[in-house]
Design a protein around this ligand. Structure first.
Ligand code: HPA
Ligand code: ZN
Length: 319
């Protein structure tokens, strides 16, 4: 029996497995510049975040209809459930779809066809987090939030992803203020490739409750102390860090040192179709290679629920 866990850092577009990409390409008459799944797999060798993002955005071309988004989410939920995931807070990137002429309603309603039935079909409760692409403008982010307003009953929060360096959190102050005014929860990727200062800025300027990745906090002891004191959760993604070369090898991953420092760490899969594993695979990897004991693994699983938005639902309704 895999450990019951919550997944808090998962891009639904990053769950697009090669088989499904080809199936959807055929269904929608979209030509992919790869001969077959084997040929596509040879493209899964990344130098850094940007080299991954190039493929991630390219393959999204196959996602066109509500049914495509439903099939994508159902495939993820089935895999996650098999690996012990009981709750998933799922990122999506609407700007990447709007730019291709796919409407916000198609994306959200399509995902909801799977998410709305996930508890009965997969035994997994879900929430949706709309991410802004930080390499797009602040105006575009604000327009995206406005386009999402008719669907806010299906969206729990906002996040910030895509190319980090050169796009500091403060660029999105206004849109995060607007999101807070709408009652949305706030998270942001920070300190994946970007410097520790981006983590501080995400907390102080954007008012985020969780930091996605946050790995580079370890370069700043005063920041680590603050994150520990304020119990700010970090959603770490060990296999992603290896594939995107944020760490040299899994054995070099700072997760054990981060837990020893008292940080509220969680283990997640990020883009499992691209990085070699789902949530349970990430747990297996840190157990095997980093030698984390049963007690540490249970701590990580417990943290995932503590850091989730589940326990705050009641509080949110009262606000
Ligand atoms: N980092 C930033 N943006 C992303 C990622 C990531 O790991 N995955 C999908 N978009
Ligand atoms: Zn991510």
């Amino acid at each position: 029996m895999p450990l019951p866990k919550a997944e808090l850092h998962l891009h639904v577009e990053g769950t697009l497995e090669p088989d499904l990409a080809f199936e959807l390409a055929a269904r929608n008459g979209v030509a992919l510049p790869y001969a077959d799944t084997e040929d596509l797999r040879t493209a899964y060798r990344f130098e850094d975040l940007q080299s991954f993002l190039n493929l991630y955005y390219e393959l999204m071309a196959v996602l066109r209809t509500e049914r495509d988004f439903e099939d994508l989410a159902n495939a993820y939920l089935a895999r996650a459930a098999a690996q012990g995931v009981r709750h998933a807070e799922i990122f999506f990137d609407p700007q990447a779809h709007l730019a291709r002429g796919v409407a916000m309603g198609t994306v959200v309603e399509g995902l909801w066809r799977a998410l709305g039935r996930s508890e009965e079909n997969h035994g997994v409760s879900t929430q949706l987090i709309l991410c802004f692409l930080r390499d797009e403008s602040a105006e575009s982010a604000l327009a995206t939030l406005r386009a999402a307003e008719p669907y806010l009953d299906r969206i729990s929060g906002v996040g910030l992803d895509s190319a980090e360096v050169g796009h500091p959190p403060a660029k999105f102050r206004e849109v995060y203020e607007a999101a807070a005014a709408l009652g949305l929860r706030r998270v942001a990727h920070a300190g994946e490739e970007g410097p520790p200062e981006y983590i501080t800025e995400a907390l102080d300027v954007l008012g985020v409750e969780r930091i996605d990745h946050g790995l580079r906090c370890m370069e700043d002891p005063a920041l680590v102390e603050r994150l520990v004191r304020e119990r700010i959760p970090l959603t770490l993604c060990p296999l992603s860090n290896v594939r995107l070369r944020t760490v040299d090898t899994l054995a070099d991953h700072p997760l054990p040192a981060m837990l020893d420092a008292g940080l509220l760490c969680t283990v997640n899969s990020d883009d499992p179709a691209y990085f070699g594993g789902y949530a349970g695979d990430n747990f297996d990897a840190v157990r095997g290679t980093l030698g984390l004991t049963g007690e540490r693994l249970r701590e990580l699983a417990r943290n995932s629920f503590v850091a989730s938005f589940l326990e705050h639902d009641e509080e949110r309704r009262r606000r």
